[in-house]
Ligand binder design. Structure first.
Ligand code: SF4
Length: 462
């Protein structure tokens, strides 16, 4: 999941029951960086604090507790967290009684080192251990059992809708499996998030039912290896079983999931996606590299051919299905010829979206022990070459869709225009005087670009 940096927006939701304790006049501030899993964890922390009477503030200087949710998947993200922590040192000096809390993937089990580096932080807690928050918010101890029942999802609101903060979110991200059993040589996630642990199927379905009752129309199921779902549960429902159960929730229009691992992308899952009406025609399947030797050293446990074949099977089962992938360039030892293999694979498969990253070693991982021998300038060249390839492929492909009518779920407004996504997860902007928020609108495409479509509404929304 590509990192982002956001303050969790106000997203009050009718699916949330009233807090158990009356407002206590205290305020919390949460800052989040990283993937949607972190966003969902922050939403859970927010729900816990609201349960015991806290209110959210968007101003850290006004807060009675500050929580930072960190990401260390890439060096740039870690640097941002360190910068944010350092910038809070002055506030902590001025208000020493205000707890400063750090969670997320920066928190290791060697917390003494973090304490040495950031002595002004009061509590470091592992994202799987929400109970530790009681250390600085003792009121949570009285509600311990009830807190276990709190929903765990993230419901974003579109930029530009701050005046509509009281309106329900349209989409929601629901974690279904935590952790990862793989040990990709470059990845820090398994060390920070632990082994795969699936949430019970009934709990997820109940959460989706509450979200849909509150106005959500699209749900994305989340996990670091989302398609490994259920193997650790007693009756092993599998992702296909969960998709069926969630698809049956009345009123749910769209269902997505990310991030998948190619090894677990079974025929059954793909066939189930094709069969269920709510499952969107969009596949997110990271390849990371297009050369088998690089994949072997990455410890990805599949070949370029397996990934290519999974995409081909998906397109065969769901014609028109869009495809997104992730690629790392400049992995230790990656030669020009090996990079060319990646380039050729991406040119051949022609994905709709490629999340590109330049390799950076993460301390504690296997590959961090190897020489980071691809010079930065060369990593940049490879990154730019794939970026240019992607722009060319998407320009051509999207141009062919001019005049087509697509179904858009309107998530909000951006720069004065309604904005939403197709079932294929492509961004569409359109002008309309009517209030379209939360509606499914048919939009005729009048302009294309490699990154989004512009169009006009055709008929009323629904
Ligand atoms: S599958 Fe690999 S890259 Fe993905 S979270 Fe697990 S170890 Fe990291």
């Amino acid at each position: 999941m590509p990192p982002s940096s956001t303050v969790i927006p106000l997203a009050p939701h009718p699916a949330t029951a009233p807090p158990r304790l009356a407002p206590n006049g205290k305020r919390f501030f949460i800052w989040t960086i990283g993937c949607q899993m972190n966003e969902a964890d922050s939403a859970k922390v927010a729900a816990m604090l609201q349960e015991v009477g806290y209110r959210r503030t968007e101003d850290e200087t006004d807060a009675d507790i500050v929580v930072l949710n960190s990401c260390v998947v890439r060096q740039a993200a870690e640097d941002k967290v360190a910068g944010k922590l350092n910038s809070l040192a002055r506030l902590k000096r001025e208000r020493p009684q205000m707890p400063l809390v750090l969670t997320g993937c920066m928190v290791t089990n060697q917390q003494e080192k973090l304490k040495e580096r950031f002595p002004h932080v009061d509590l470091f807690f592992d994202p799987s251990d929400f109970d530790r928050l009681q250390t600085v918010v003792p009121e949570l101890a009285d509600l311990e059992d009830d807190l276990q029942q709190l929903p765990h999802y993230y419901a974003p609101q579109a930029e530009g809708l701050s005046t509509d903060a009281g309106r329900a979110a349209v989409t929601a991200f629901v974690p279904i499996i935590y952790g990862c059993n793989f040990l990709c040589s470059y990845c820090i996630v398994p060390y920070r998030r632990g082994k795969e642990t699936s949430r019970p199927l009934a709990e997820i379905v109940a959460e989706v039912e509450r979200l849909v009752a509150g106005g959500v129309r699209e749900v994305t199921l989340l996990g670091q290896t989302v398609n490994a779902y259920g193997h650790d549960l007693p009756d092993k429902p599998g992702l296909a079983g969960l998709l069926r159960a969630v698809d049956a929730v009345p009123g749910l229009e769209r269902l997505r999931f990310l991030t998948s691992h190619p090894r677990y992308m079974s025929d059954e899952i793909i066939r189930t996606m094709a069969e269920l009406p709510s499952c969107c025609e969009h596949m997110n399947l990271p390849v990371q590299a297009g050369d088998d030797e690089v994949l072997r050293r990455m410890r990805r446990t599949y070949s370029r051919e397996l990934w290519r074949e999974r995409i081909a099977f998906t397109r065969d089962q769901m014609p028109g299905c869009t495809v997104a992938t992730d690629v790392i360039v400049g992995f230790p030892g990656e030669t020009d010829a090996q990079f060319e293999q990646t380039y050729a694979l991406l040119e051949d498969v022609a994905c709709d979206k490629v999340h590109l990253a330049m390799y950076s070693p993460r301390p504690g991982t296997l590959s961090a022990r190897w020489e980071d021998d691809v010079p930065h300038a060369e990593k940049l060249r490879r990154h730019q070459a794939l970026e240019a390839l992607q722009v060319r492929l998407c320009t051509e492909r999207n141009a062919r869709r001019l005049g087509e009518t697509v179904e858009v779920l309107v998530e909000g407004k951006a720069k004065g225009r309604w904005t939403g996504r197709t079932r294929g997860n492509q961004l569409v902007h359109f002008d309309d005087a009517a209030d379209r928020l939360g509606q499914l609108v048919d939009v005729r495409i009048t302009q294309t670009s490699p990154w989004f479509f512009v169009g006009e509404a055709v008929g009323p929304g629904r």
